[in-house]
Each structure stands twice: as C-alpha cells, then as structure tokens.
Unconditional design. Structure first.
Length: 213
C-alpha cells in the first residue's frame, strides 16, 4: 500500500471513529440535560473542550492568523447552531430519533455542495442520500405529521452540521487544524454562554452529576 493510500485509509477510519463516538453521546446528553439546561450544558462541555484544545494549540501559536480566527468563528456558528438544535430537540424527542435525523446531514451535504459548486455528486452519493431520506420517512411512521417539534429541531441541526462539514472541507486545507478546531469550539462555548444567560437565567448553575457527560 502506497503512502497516499495509507492516508486515505487513515482518513476514512478516522471519520468512521468520529461517527461511532458521536453516536454514543446521544443517550448521555439526553440524560444530562435533565439535570442542566441545554445551553448551559453546551457552555460547560465546550468550555472544557476549548481549555483542553488551548493546551494543545498554544505550542503552535506561531501558526494562528486572523483569517484562521475568522474561519474558526464561522465554523463555530454552524457548530453552535447544530448542537443547540440537537440538544434542545432532545428534550422533545428520543435519543434514537435524534441520532438518526442528525445523520441526515449526509443528505444535506451533497445537496448543498451541488448548490454551491454547481457540480453534481456521484451516483453512490445520490443512492445513499435517497436511502437516508426513505429511512427518515419510515422512522416517522410513514407520515410526516407524526413528527414532533423535537424532530423538526433536530432536522435543523442536520442542516447546520451539513453546512459545517462543507465549510470544514473548504477551510481545513487552508488553516492550522489545531487552531481551527480550538477557535470553533471556543466560539460554541461563548455563544452557548451568552444564550444561557438570556434564555436560562437562574437555572444554569453547574451540577456535578453531569461531569461524566
């Protein structure tokens, strides 16, 4: 196997690992937001993640540029929207529905990419997108009217994550990966903190029981 092939395999396995880990978090988050409101929970979780990333990023401080900060902030907005819709949606729908509908970002990515680049996706991507759409129909019991408000919120989450994926693909080759991740995660924490102050005031005190989540 060539070095280039190894990189492709490593990239695919990494993305598969991300999907697996991501899927495991839905039940955990569902339980956590019973104890702590959604925006407060996201503020603490992403604040902790930002601190960890800063420890990794600071040794590479010479690689941060203003354009990287701007790109990271834009990605952070999409990520904030995605996690906000997802976490609030979990209040009103099941963890399994949330996980599946969030996965419909695979439908939105080729759709939005086509609109942005004017280039049609491959047949395999089209088949996958159609299959996911059919799955969404079945999970709703064969009727869109069976969707509740939580499902619609999570659908907006899928759209936000799709935009995040598209722009990550655009920015990742242009900027320091470590700083791009750090800035976007810090942005999610900042926007979540602002949201909890205005929308969850008086109910956002940290609860130690959510540490595992």
């Amino acid at each position: 196997m060539t070095k280039k092939s190894c990189k492709y395999v490593f990239a695919d396995v990494s993305l598969l690992a991300v999907a697996a880990i991501w899927g495991l978090t839905f039940v955990t988050v569902k339980n956590a937001i019973v104890l702590l409101p959604p925006f407060a929970f996201n503020f603490y979780r992403f604040g902790l993640a930002a601190l960890v990333m800063l420890l990794v990023a600071i040794p590479q401080r010479h690689r941060i540029e203003l354009t990287t900060v701007k790109a990271g902030f834009l990605l952070g907005i999409f990520l904030f929207a995605g996690y906000s819709f997802q976490t609030v949606g979990l209040f009103y729908t099941s963890a399994s529905n949330t996980g599946f509908i969030t996965g419909l970002s695979v439908v939105c990515v080729p759709l939005f990419s086509t609109l942005i680049s004017k280039a049609w996706p491959g047949m395999g991507v089209v088949i996958g997108a159609v299959s996911a759409t059919i799955g969404l129909f079945f999970i709703s019991g064969g009727s869109v009217s069976n969707f509740n408000i939580g499902d619609f919120l999570v659908l907006f989450c899928a759209i936000s994550f799709a935009l995040h994926i598209i722009f990550v693909g655009k920015f990742a080759v242009l900027h320091s990966t470590v700083w791009l991740v750090t800035v976007q995660i810090a942005t999610v924490s900042l926007l979540s903190g602002i949201s909890t102050l205005f929308l969850e005031a008086g109910n956002n005190t940290f609860v130690s029981a959510v540490w595992p989540a």
